[in-house]
Design a protein. Sequence first.
Length: 118
Amino acid sequence: QVQLVESGGGLVQPGGSLRLSCAAPRSIFSRYAMGWYRQAPGKQRELVAQITTGSITDYADSVKGRFTISRDNAQNTVYLQMNSLKPEDTAVYYCNANQFILTLIQYWGQGTQVTVSS
């Protein structure tokens, strides 16, 4: 059973910042792309940001310029720095590890709640 352990969620005011962390087993982290997804109530889960093993990044249009994804290969941890948070960023954020070789293999964290509210 692969465990992705997330931390860093919470309540923040609009305009504030949070940093999410996700630790993965070394055997996964070194070979899988890592990403963050989010799911708001009544909505589908959506990709927020992703980073490949070569540190190529991709972002949803809604978070470009505000969120930054990074990975620390020494700590087997991926981070999501979220700045200028908006109420519409409120969701459960999930860490994801994925690899596509003939078929997609992916693992999910348990999710961490981010609430942006005054």
